[in-house]
Each structure stands twice: as C-alpha cells, then as structure tokens.
Design a binder for this molecule. Structure first.
Ligand SMILES: NC(=O)C1=CN([C@@H]2O[C@H](COP(=O)(O)OP(=O)(O)OC[C@H]3O[C@@H](n4cnc5c(N)ncnc54)[C@H](O)[C@@H]3O)[C@@H](O)[C@H]2O)C=CC1
Ligand SMILES: O=C(O)[C@@H]1CCC=N1
Length: 260
C-alpha cells in the first residue's frame, strides 16, 4: 500500500506469497500481479527475474533462504531491499551474487497512511543512484533517513516497533477509562481518537512533543497530576528499558538467523 501510494505504478509490481487464495485477494485489493508459490514453485524467481528492485518482506528467519532462492534470477544492477529486522547486510550479501547492491531498511506501518518512517543502510555495492531509487520507492508515503547499519536496531526500537507502543497506550488508556466506570466502547473510542488526534497535532510542521504536552498541562491541574504520577513510577525508565529490549532482540535475531 505504501509503495503504491508513493507513486509506484501497479502494473510494474509483481508480488509473491505462499497462498493462492491470499494472492487473489491481494491482486483485487491492490491491482498488482500477485503470484503464489503453492501454485508455481518458481514464483519468487520469476518475480525477481529482470526486476529493477526486489523487496524481501518475509520473516527474518526466512530471508537468507529467499536470497539464495532468487540469487540466480537477479540482474547485476537489481537492487535487493530487505525490510527484515536483525538480518545484517553482510549475511544477505554472502547469499547473493558478488557485487549485488543490497539495502537494509527498517520501515513502519504508518507508511500505509502516508505517515511512515524508514531507516535505510547501504550494502557494500550500493551507489548513490541505488539509494535514490530506494528513497523514491518509499518517499511519497513517509520520510526516509540514511543511517549507519549499526543504528538500524535503534531505528527499529524507535520507529519500526514504535507504532505498537502508541497502540498499546491507546489500549491501556481505554482499559483505564473502563476501570473508572466508562462504557467499554466509549472508553475505547475516546482513547483511540485521542491518540490519533495527538498524532495529527504532532504531524504539523514545526511542532515539538514537549511543547504540546506542556500546553495541555495546566499548573496544578488534572494533567499534571497524571504526568507526575507517570514520571514518579519511572515511565521514562520503563520506556527506555522496553526500547533497549527491542534493540537487544534485533541483535539476538542477527545472531540467531544472520550468522551463516
Ligand atoms: N510488521 C511491521 O510493522 C514491520 C515488519 N518488518 C519486517 O517485515 C518482515 C515481515 O514481517 P511481518 O509483516 O510481521 O510478517 P508476515 O508474516 O505478516 O508477512 C510475511 C509474508 O511473507 C510470505 N512468505 C513467507 N515466506 C515466503 C516465501 N518463501 N516466498 C513468498 N512469500 C513468503 C508469507 O506468506 C507472508 O505473507 C519481517 O522481516 C519484519 O522484521 C519491518 C518493519 C516493520
Ligand atoms: O516486531 C518486529 O520484529 C518487526 C520489526 C519492527 C516492527 N515489527
């Protein structure tokens, strides 16, 4: 969805998956060609053959096998883009032809609504032109940031996993409202619309999260009582430790699935 919204022509896309039924559903939804490995065992290789860009979107544990599978179908200039958490560029390069350009990205799901963030790190054979190609793929649906590969786990901890933190906040606020006697549906709607509305305010150019928070926080008022309680309970530490757990998991995935 993000790539198409960013301007990629649907007729230029061939996607693949395992299930034929799901492939039909995605074809109808996105008007792109979708082939299925359960029908055509060569689906991935055929989709990769002659492509300018091959985007690998499978689970981290499956990425290196997929690299080996499509390796023979790639042109020398085909840019291979991975979205997989934890899988190092060097590991993918080992399973692809020598000098194949590989770009490791960390996108996030708000790309599907035009508000995404992508971190992008370049492999050893990648040129500025390749990076421009990958930037153009995503840029219409969000912002793209070039980072050193060592920073990708931190990018995942902030923006790759980040949407889940915001959704969790909405879930917990809904539960809190219900606990205080609000009807469950009303509590869920208030929480959802509040997180969504706050997100819209944050998206305005030139805004600053701390300034927006202070504008809601009347001296000695209700918000101050809540914020003081959060901070006294070490919300800052809780968030920092959670994000560290995300980054640690990225490194563990590298060791588990990216080493060979
Ligand atoms: N979900 C998210 O917000 C983000 C996910 N990622 C990365 O995206 C990747 C996918 O994650 P999810 O979306 O959670 O997984 P998912 O399970 O929803 O999607 C994986 C898809 O790949 C297909 N697939 C698996 N093996 C295949 C093969 N050999 N050939 C063709 N299709 C195959 C599956 O049928 C499935 O549709 C992971 O590597 C993850 O690290 C990165 C950033 C954000
Ligand atoms: O949870 C994950 O591992 C993936 C990467 C970032 C968001 N989802």
């Amino acid at each position: 969805a993000g790539l198409l919204a960013a301007g990629t022509a649907p007729e230029s896309v061939c996607a693949t998956g395992h299930s034929a039924a799901n492939a039909r559903r995605q074809e109808e939804r996105f008007r792109v060609t979708v082939t299925a490995t359960e029908v055509d065992p060569e689906a991935n290789r055929n989709a990769a053959a002659g492509a300018d860009v091959v985007l690998l979107g499978v689970k981290p544990k499956d990425i290196l096998a997929l690299c080996r599978e499509v390796a023979g179908a790639l042109r020398p200039g085909t840019v291979v883009v991975s979205v997989a958490a934890g899988i190092p560029l060097a590991a993918m390069e080992r399973h692809l032809p020598a000098e194949q350009p590989v770009v490791r990205t960390m996108p996030n799901t708000p790309l599907t609504v035009g508000r995404g963030v992508v971190g992008m790190a370049a492999g050893s054979a990648v040129t500025e032109e390749h990076l421009d190609t990958v930037t153009r793929l995503f840029a219409g649906s969000g912002t793209v940031h070039r980072v050193a590969e060592e920073q990708i786990d931190a990018v995942a901890a902030v923006s790759g996993s980040g949407p889940a933190y915001a959704f969790l906040l909405a879930e917990l606020m809904a539960a809190g409202g219900e606990r205080m006697g609000l009807d469950a549906d009303l509590a869920a709607e208030l929480a959802r619309d509040t997180v969504a509305g706050a997100g819209r305010m944050l998206a305005e150019p030139g805004t600053d999260a701390a300034a927006l928070r202070k504008a809601v926080t009347s001296p000695n008022g209700t918000t101050e009582a809540a914020v003081d309680s959060f901070l006294a309970a070490d919300l800052a530490g809780i968030i920092a430790r959670g994000m560290q757990a995300s980054a640690d998991r990225g490194r563990a995935i590298s060791e588990e699935y990216g080493g060979s």
